[in-house]
Design a protein around this ligand. Structure first.
Ligand SMILES: Cc1cc2nc3c(=O)[nH]c(=O)nc-3n(C[C@H](O)[C@H](O)[C@H](O)COP(=O)(O)OP(=O)(O)OC[C@H]3O[C@@H](n4cnc5c(N)ncnc54)[C@H](O)[C@@H]3O)c2cc1C
Length: 415
């Protein structure tokens, strides 16, 4: 590929696009209005999880969310406000809370998840991505109550039947042996051996090293503000440092993507879904496995020299505050499951805005009205897990090659 490509957004998605485009021969520049890797890709839970096939929009999701929000202790929260974009997003989301849409999204997600899991393995084994605290032990979905544990059996059966993905059911006393950090009152867990995890900030440092080694230019503190176009092609991007031109443009601006939708002449139904994490030293009895405590919607990630608790989903617009109540809910949630839910070390508290698409599928492909612009956004809760396949797919689309995953369900003009 002989093209110059300008990528907007130095998150995990922009980084993966840059890597594969350069590998295909393109001259690549990344710009970011802030620092490379400091957006949502920085402090997330670091799961690379092919298990996460099903989207948030599932049958019953709206009713369950409203019910848990009314209970006052819900990790899911929609800040009530007059925001046309939010209500339009919720309307579209509600329209997809049915079995057919869920399975359709599941298929599209699975193709990106499986391909990415394999690509991570290759990139790490070949030494292209180094020192990102990569672990392939698997992931446990843990249930406190027997009824929720048993109920997940139905989801597991569906995943097995429709997607060929089965988890291992682990009840006590086997669970206690497998994961001694769990309290004995926990009913059971489902083990996904296919999942892996890593430390996201180290992954972003690893991407940066790999990109710079390939000669990719990364320009930080460069804000994209508009564009020039002619004949259905972008001729330059207006930025805080002047106009920047390339043959092709990739927009990988995560949760900020809808802010430029009118410039791009397309609909980008994404809402920032705010989540939090708390990082600390490993507690005395540190989990061996990364675990999701489904009933409290809390995730824990054991790292080589650290430990992270994360999650919550707040639709509160581009709100930059750290909500103490939600942060406390993370540690309180983990207390139900773990002997030592936290350590007494200093803690780093963080929030990130997930780019939540209304149908649970990323938005990847050419912008209909601008033939040299490709979108790569809307990865919702799975940007880390789906980034390598996204980068490969964007490269194939720009290079006019046969795509390795079906791009049709991900296309921009589906909205
Ligand atoms: C608490 C939490 C836990 C999570 N856990 C996981 C997990 O375990 N596994 C997983 O796969 N995913 C997880 N996610 C989701 C994942 O973090 C995101 O899907 C992913 O980081 C999105 O990557 P991105 O590159 O699209 O966006 P970002 O990382 O946010 O990058 C976008 C970049 O674009 C830049 N930008 C935006 N607008 C402009 C502009 N106009 N000009 C220039 N630059 C611009 C921003 O500065 C930013 O650096 C989690 C998220 C949260 C909040």
């Amino acid at each position: 590929m002989a093209d110059d490509v300008l990528i907007v957004g130095g998150g995990v998605v922009g980084a993966a696009c840059a890597y594969f485009l350069r590998r295909a021969g393109a001259e690549v520049t990344i710009i970011d209005r802030s620092e490379f890797g400091k957006g949502c890709s920085h402090g997330n839970c670091g799961y690379v999880s092919p298990s996460h096939i099903l989207p948030l929009c599932q049958p019953g999701a709206i009713g369950n969310t409203l019910k848990s929000m009314l209970s006052g202790s819900s990790p899911l929260y929609v800040k009530p406000r007059l925001d046309w974009q939010l209500w339009s997003w919720l309307w579209r989301f509600a329209g997809r809370c049915n079995r057919a849409s869920m399975l359709d999204a599941g298929r599209a997600r699975q193709s990106l998840l499986d391909s990415s899991r394999q690509l991570y393995g290759e990139l790490i084994d070949s030494g292209e991505l180094t020192e990102c605290d990569w672990h392939t032990i698997g992931l446990l979905f843990v249930y406190l109550s027997q009824s929720h544990f048993d109920h997940y059996g139905e989801t597991n059966a569906l995943l097995e039947k429709e997607f060929g993905l089965g988890a291992k059911r682990v009840a006590n006393p086997e669970l206690q042996q497998l994961e001694p950090a769990l309290k004995p009152n926990v009913a059971g867990a489902w083990l996904y051996e296919c999942d892996a995890h890593l430390r996201p900030d180290r992954l972003m440092a690893a991407w940066k090293r790999a990109l710079e080694k390939q000669g990719i230019t990364i320009k930080e503190q460069v804000d994209w503000t508009g564009l020039e176009h002619s004949g259905g092609r972008v001729t330059a991007l207006n930025t805080s440092v002047g106009n920047l031109s390339a043959d092709q443009y990739v927009i990988a601006t995560g949760a900020w993507s809808p802010q430029m939708a009118s410039q791009l002449g397309c609909t980008i139904p994404i809402q920032p879904g705010k989540g939090y994490s708390i990082t600390m030293e490993r507690p005395e009895v540190c989990p061996k496995y990364p675990m999701i405590f489904e009933e409290h919607r809390v995730a824990v990630t054991p790292l080589s020299d650290a430990y992270r608790i994360g999650s919550t989903m707040e639709f509160a617009g581009y709100d930059t505050t750290l909500n103490r109540r939600r942060l406390d809910m993370l540690t309180a949630g983990a207390t139900h499951y773990l002997h030592t839910p936290v350590s007494n070390s200093p803690r780093v508290e963080w929030y990130g805005w997930r780019p939540m698409s209304c149908d649970g599928k990323p938005i990847i492909g050419r912008v209909p009205k601008l033939s040299n612009v490709c979108l790569a956004t809307g990865h919702s809760m799975l940007g880390v897990s789906m980034a390598p396949a996204t980068g490969k797919l964007v490269t194939e689309i720009i290079g006019g090659q046969l795509p390795h995953v079906d791009p049709h369900p991900l296309r921009v003009d589906r909205f």
